[in-house]
Design a protein around this ligand. Structure first.
Ligand SMILES: [Zn+2]
Length: 249
């Protein structure tokens, strides 16, 4: 399978790295180091320093974390483990704290709290390096990421996804088949939106709250269908910060 993901997800593409999963070369071993403490030891948990906040929040997007071996279709879209580590270190040194979109929405709409400099780190499609490298690197900071997961065809097993969820990650839907939603008939659109939400919830046993447009493609019809499918918000590739007044774009 080859899907161009060069412009996918997240309201602020800066510092992001995108790639196809073709030719991916990350290790396949289980290196997440999850403890029995599960979610309690995971990332993104509020503490006394978190305050009410309704302002804009940056959303970064990542695709493949790892080093391509040989020829890959979009080599510029890969980010090595060390470069990802350096970006996370830079964010931490500059007082950012990674949170999930649900945590942002709870602050925007329901009086929840956020750290002083919140940021959402989103990961597209469900690529193995996100689990092998992304999960432990964020866990070491006590942070949570956002996994925008295809209901079918991702690299990740349900068990791996649930380990991320237990570490505090939000799992959001990214359709079933990663089609351009602006090209679909109404029944297919509903299946990709409501169907993917149901499929992920059935398989994972967790609530799927948010959505990410494949390749960032949407229009007014798609936005209405996202709302009708019961999503709270959706992420795009539009430059700029995430705003509470634009939950679906
Ligand atoms: Zn994607």
């Amino acid at each position: 399978m080859l899907v161009l993901r060069g412009s996918d997800s997240g309201s602020q593409p800066a510092k992001s790295a995108n790639a196809s999963s073709a030719g991916q070369s990350v290790a396949t071993g289980n290196s997440d180091g999850e403890s029995a403490a599960g979610r309690e030891a995971g990332g993104g948990q509020p503490d006394d320093s978190w305050q009410p906040y309704t302002g804009p929040v940056p959303i970064l997007m990542y695709h493949v974390i790892g080093d391509p071996v040989g020829e890959v279709p979009y080599p510029d879209l890969w980010l090595s483990e060390s470069d990802f580590q350096a970006q996370v270190d830079w964010l931490a040194e500059n007082d950012y704290t990674a949170v999930t979109l649900v945590q942002v929405q709870n602050a925007w709409y329901d009086g929840g709290t956020l750290p002083e400099k919140p940021i959402v780190l989103s990961f597209d499609d469900g690529v193995l390096g996100q689990y092998v490298y992304g999960l432990p690197i964020l866990r070491e900071k006590g942070w949570a990421g956002q996994l925008n997961l295809k209901a079918e065809g991702s690299d990740l097993s349900s068990e791996q996804v649930l380990k991320m969820a237990r570490a505090g990650w939000e799992i959001a839907s990214h359709t079933i088949n990663h089609f351009d939603l602006t090209t679909l008939d109404p029944a297919s659109l509903e299946q990709e939106l409501a169907g993917s939400k149901q499929q992920l919830e059935d398989e994972l046993g967790i609530e799927i709250v948010n959505f990410c447009y494949p390749a960032g493609q949407y229009n007014d019809t798609v936005i209405e269908a996202v709302k009708a499918a019961g999503y709270r918000g959706a992420t795009t590739v539009n430059p700029g910060l995430g705003e509470r007044t634009m939950p679906s774009n």
